[in-house]
Write a protein that binds this ligand. Sequence first.
Ligand SMILES: [Cu+2]
Length: 151
Amino acid sequence: MANNLFLPALLALAVLASGCTSATTGTTTTTTTATATTQATTTTASAVTTTTTATTTTQPSVKEIQMTASQWKFEPSEITVNQGDTVRLEIKNIDVAHGFSLSEFGISKQLPAGATTTVEFAANKKGTFTFFCSVFCGSGHGGMTGKLVVQ
Ligand SMILES: [Cu+2]
């Protein structure tokens, strides 16, 4: 920035010092100033483009997990995802009616017998959370739980 102002000022001083007041010298000074301004603008535009490219590299992913529900377990019983992931569980229930509850993420779904049910949510907080069967399904119902780890 200092150079942009310094150069024309120096040229103006040189013109005054030499005592030359011809119209030709005055025109040359004006042209130099305009060129310097154009170059400065081009550099700024390049910097903005670089910043935009860096921002678009971060993308959340969809984590699809196949799960089985049966008396009296979920398989896998422990799943690990990254914070920011969209988690899609495809839960296949192979015997009697069950349910899938994950309270911290506001999820409570019925899992009809013999059907595959999709449960989708955003893993937007870190921690270890317990999911469990929410439909009474026999003597082992109370132990039908699993763990979700969001890291
Ligand atoms: Cu149950």
